[in-house]
Design a binder for this molecule. Structure first.
Ligand code: T46
Length: 140
């Protein structure tokens, strides 16, 4: 099972031009999985928090397409906080990480590239269950 050390900042290509910039992302090139789903978080009221869950299989790349926010990841042992604030920087999140997302700047947009289609059964939304899950898989 993955640990926090499998999660990392990914530098995406940035094609600059006097008229602005473009960041292209392709399957299995900039990110280590096939993109099956894209979604984005926006209109987040000040002070709100998202996340507070883990995924059993899902891998994701989070990008601050606009503005900024913080992502705290916990693998059951180690915790790390990442500040995302540039549209050409992604955060790769391996499976099995508890995530808390907050400190959203006004008008921020969180773009998420995901390795699987939406599956409610892939979520662990109770913290105690997450800790038990990590203990079980760490023993394997
Ligand atoms: C994650 C963070 C970054 C769907 O119907 N389809 C979807 O693809 C998604 C992502 C959500 N939903 C529904 C499920 C809930 O009724 O939208 C509602 C809000 O979802 P959730 O509470 O999971 O939202 P976040 O922002 O806490 O978490 C989401 C992702 O679910 C999660 O995988 O890592 O964004």
């Amino acid at each position: 099972m993955s640990t926090i050390f499998d999660c990392s900042i990914v530098h995406l290509p940035k094609i600059e031009n006097r008229a602005g910039n473009i960041t292209p992302v392709e399957n299995n090139k900039e990110i280590p999985f096939d993109i099956k789903r894209i979604y984005y978080l926006y209109d987040i009221p000040g002070g709100e928090k998202r996340g507070a869950h883990a995924h059993k299989k899902l891998q994701q790349l989070l990008i601050a397409a606009s503005g900024s926010f913080d992502v705290t990841l916990f693998d059951g042992t180690n915790k790390k906080t990442f500040h995302l604030s540039q549209p050409y920087i992604g955060l790769y999140i391996a499976p099995g990480m508890w995530r808390d997302i907050g400190n959203f700047s006004s008008g921020s947009i969180s773009l998420v590239l995901a390795s699987h289609k939406y599956d409610p059964k892939d979520y662990i939304r109770e913290y105690e269950k997450f800790l038990a899950y990590r203990k079980t898989i760490n023993k394997r």
